[in-house]
Design a protein around this ligand. Structure first.
Ligand SMILES: [Zn+2]
Length: 274
């Protein structure tokens, strides 16, 4: 829908630039970047209600925006939902001109939803801050001199610092560091399989179990953190990735597959603050 309004302009940059502008104009600081501070500064009323089906609803009443959040959701989930609904207000009028029908639940605009998720991530985890933190929280890699590695704990620390869910933090890291893959493996019974993975393009990832991987080392209880050069199949192709794995509750392993070294170098991940 927005594409019809803005034609060829990159929709992603349209949203992220709007977020950047809003953050600096409103003087919102962080981390954490509090979505309630954004809402307040933008004059958006935030309420909570019980018995809601959706996580959040945006309404405009007498020219004023109001977001209703589902009360029984966790704090981090409410944070993301609120940021997402705030993003919907950015181009509300432009969308409105195309009529009411697309807002009906059966015909919601998938692209707009995706853009609002991206904008929500940018509101809560602004690129420059998040990348700098990913970099400074990366640990020295004991298996490779001078190299640094993003560990599961790096992502977990970021969830606390930015008050976001593990999924939101992992997806954001995979968006900002192309090639980085975050996986939760289920090792409970039978073959190791993915419980959850980011980015979505890596959904076909399969662990190659021919040699002992970092995931299996954790599974066998070898160590708290295991770093190995692991093999995987991705889209049917064999790939090797330096992987950091650690236990993640009962029957699960949390892994971060590092981006291919050349990609990480471009982003100066390996050079920063070593
Ligand atoms: Zn939405």
């Amino acid at each position: 829908m927005l594409r019809e309004v803005y034609g060829r302009t990159s929709l992603v940059s349209l949203f992220t630039e709007r977020v950047d502008h809003i953050r600096s104009e409103l003087g919102v600081t962080g981390p954490p970047f509090d979505p309630y501070v954004y809402a307040n500064a933008l004059g958006i009323r935030v309420l909570e209600a019980e018995g809601m089906v959706a996580d959040g609803i945006l309404r405009r009443l007498q020219g004023k925006f109001e977001v209703m959040l589902r009360k029984d959701r966790s704090e981090v989930r409410k944070n993301f939902t609120l940021a997402h609904e705030i993003a919907h207000t950015f181009f509300y009028d432009e969308m409105e001109e195309f009529g009411e029908k697309y807002r009906s639940s059966s015909n919601y605009d998938r692209e707009e939803e995706h853009l609002c998720d991206l904008a929500a991530a940018e509101l809560l985890m602004p690129k420059e801050f998040y990348l700098a933190d990913l970099c400074s929280l990366a640990q020295r890699d004991p298996t490779s001199q001078g190299a640094r590695i993003i560990c599961p704990n790096t992502i977990i620390t970021l969830t606390r610092k930015y008050k976001v869910s593990l999924r939101a933090a992992a997806i954001r890291a995979s968006v900002l560091l192309p090639g980085l893959i975050v996986a939760i493996w289920n090792i409970d019974d039978g073959p190791v399989r993915t419980e959850w993975i980011a980015p979505r393009s890596a959904v076909s990832l399969v662990l190659c179990v021919a040699r002992v991987s970092s995931v299996q080392r954790v599974e066998y209880g070898c160590s708290g953190l295991s770093i190995q050069q692991d093999s995987f199949y991705l889209d049917g192709k064999l790939i090797m990735r330096k992987t950091a794995s650690q236990p993640f509750g009962r029957g699960a392993v949390f892994s971060v597959l590092q981006p291919p070294r050349e990609m990480a170098k471009q982003l100066s991940l390996w050079e920063c603050g070593a």
